[in-house]
Design a protein around this ligand. Structure first.
Ligand SMILES: [Zn+2]
Length: 202
């Protein structure tokens, strides 16, 4: 559980490393022309950074991350209440980022439907933006399947870089030691988080 700043540095460093890797895999293993591969690599890197910085696994905790959402911090409040901190729901490698993506989509949909209903109550009729949102996502994913897939992969790697770093400084310390890195700080309680079952009696 390095702090948010350290996680940001890890996100940027891994994004820089992923850019050429994504390009090499596409050109050499998937036989995609290098010019066609560039936008996919770019989307992968962009999604990796967005996922690590804004959609971080630490949204399960009242932390620096939800502050980054400014006045929209409340979007993540129900998520924070429902998802146990550091659980497989928030910190697993593939499931968690996809869950956050789906959650964000449904919140967006809820806001649009709520606003449309409210405006309807005062006699203002607006176009069906919720349907437009779904149609746009549908169009983008069918017209640009490779870029869309690259975005989803990048979204997962951005989150995975965080979860792996968390694991390395706690349970995986021995691996870091083997490559000559000593973790002296005890990161288990750095965010003063106490698991629900141990909170009783405090
Ligand atoms: Zn974390």
């Amino acid at each position: 559980m390095p702090d948010a700043r350290t996680h940001d540095i890890i996100t940027i460093a891994t994004a820089v490393a992923l850019a050429p890797l994504a390009q090499i895999v596409q050109v050499n293993s998937l036989s995609i022309g290098s010019l066609d591969a560039y936008p996919n690599s770019a989307w992968l890197v962009i999604a990796h950074v967005i996922s690590g910085v804004l959609f971080s696994p630490d949204l399960d905790l009242d932390s620096a991350i939800d502050n980054r959402w400014g006045i929209f911090f409340w979007i993540w409040r129900p998520y924070m209440w429902l998802v146990p901190h550091r659980s497989v729901w928030s910190h697993s490698l593939i499931f968690s980022p996809l869950l956050r993506m789906a959650y964000f989509y449904f919140v967006l949909l809820g806001i649009i439907l709520g606003a449309t209903w409210l405006l309807g109550q005062v006699g203002i009729v607006v176009p069906d933006y919720s349907q437009q949102l779904s149609l746009t996502i549908n169009h983008v994913t069918t017209d640009y399947p490779n870029a869309s897939l690259a975005f989803v992969i990048g979204f997962c790697t951005g989150s995975a870089a965080h979860s792996i770093a968390d694991w390395l400084v706690t349970s995986g310390k021995h691996i870091l030691r083997r490559v000559g890195l000593q973790i002296r700080r005890d990161y288990r309680h750095h965010d003063r988080y106490v698991p629900r079952q141990r909170r009783a009696g405090r």
